[in-house]
Design a protein around this ligand. Structure first.
Ligand SMILES: O=c1ccn([C@@H]2O[C@H](COP(=O)(O)OP(=O)(O)O[C@H]3O[C@H](CO)[C@@H](O)[C@H](O)[C@H]3O)[C@@H](O)[C@H]2O)c(=O)[nH]1
Ligand SMILES: O=C(O)[C@H](O)COP(=O)(O)O
Length: 310
């Protein structure tokens, strides 16, 4: 199915047999960026290894990038069967930065998959179908460069909640600057897959802007039809304190503002038009369970200085 250029699929649109046949000699790397995830990373690695490396050969390597952890993440991931690398020790000649995007960028230097699947290490309610689900569109549709997962997030702040930063930062940015991305149900999902050749062509913010930046830059380079999204069911993860999400928001805003020119390309010639040229409303697309899109018209009128009118 196609919606406004973005392909939309369900994880079980393809069987494992379909995917294995389409995969052929294509190599697949699972990359898990992890900072202080000793409690959950072993489960993520172990379950994928058992189901998708040992039982069938869908995944060729599982690589955990330890992002400056101070707990036992490295040892737990290695015991579960991952190849583990410390981000700071990969290509030290290139320097080192803290952050998730840095770990994902550095993964390009220690993996060899033609297709790379990213999964967060802090997943608590999830299953291994996430991986074949994310690979389906890349194996089936040659024009697709990047596949984003989406899911319902049960037991959080209510049925409409896509995550605090998603609702309060990412969707408003998409509304104002990148409307071609408005059909993405979970634009910040850490579960996504990409062709190596494409990811290696992208500029990658070192922090949490990596997801939004990849979407914007993919749409700018290849059009929104190079992006697919896949319904993965439900997913729960660990939650950061609100004050820590403030730093995530700064990084995402910085990545988006740095791409203000791309906004013109993504929206077909209207960079931030609603802000810059004084249009009086924006459309904010939110999602009800289903997912059912819900468009809200948000007034963004400004009054002129009153002093000339007094
Ligand atoms: O410096 C860091 C910070 C985080 N992580 C790992 O990245 C994953 C996601 O990080 P988390 O702090 O749990 O992010 P969330 O609060 O869940 O943020 C959501 O939104 C972010 C911004 O788009 C995405 O990067 C996340 O994947 C997505 O889950 C986890 O495995 C972390 O261990 C790192 O590897 N290095
Ligand atoms: O996606 C998000 O907005 C962040 O991951 C925060 O999610 P949370 O509000 O569910 O912790």
């Amino acid at each position: 199915m196609r919606v406004s250029g973005i392909h939309t699929a369900h994880w079980d649109d393809w069987t494992l047999d379909d995917l294995l046949e389409a995969k052929g000699d294509t190599r697949v790397s699972l990359v898990v960026p992890a900072r202080n995830e000793a409690g959950t990373v072993g489960g993520v690695v172990g379950r994928v290894r058992e189901r998708l490396v040992e039982t069938v050969s869908l995944v060729d390597e599982i690589v955990v990038i330890d992002s400056d952890s101070t707990d036992a993440t490295y040892d737990v991931a290695a015991s579960a069967g991952a190849d583990v690398h410390r981000a700071s020790e990969i290509r030290p000649d290139l320097g080192t930065h803290p952050g998730k995007g840095e770990a994902m960028w550095k993964s390009l230097f220690v993996t060899d998959g033609d297709l790379i699947v990213f999964m967060d290490a802090d997943l608590t309610d999830w299953d291994t179908h996430f991986v074949p689900g994310l690979l389906g569109p890349l194996l089936a549709w040659p024009e697709v460069q990047l596949v984003k997962g989406y899911y319902e997030r049960p037991g959080e702040q209510g049925p409409l909640d896509g995550g605090r930063v998603t609702e309060l930062v990412a969707r408003p940015l998409i509304s104002l600057l990148f409307p071609a991305l408005q059909d993405l149900v979970q634009p910040l999902a850490g579960e996504w897959a990409v062709r190596r050749s494409h990811f290696a062509s992208l500029s990658v913010p070192t922090g949490y802007a990596v997801e939004l930046a990849a979407l914007v830059d993919t749409a700018a380079a290849h059009g929104a039809s190079a992006i697919a999204q896949v319904d993965l069911g439900t997913r729960s993860h660990g939650h950061q304190p609100l004050l820590d999400l403030g730093t995530m928001a700064v990084q995402i805003l910085a990545g988006a503002l740095a791409r203000a020119e791309s906004a013109r390309l993504v929206s077909g010639g209207a960079p931030g038009r609603r802000i810059l040229e004084g249009a009086d409303s924006a459309i904010l697309r939110q999602f009800l369970p289903g997912p059912v899109p819900l468009d809200r018209v948000v007034e963004v009128v400004e009054r002129p200085p009153a002093k000339g009118l007094l």
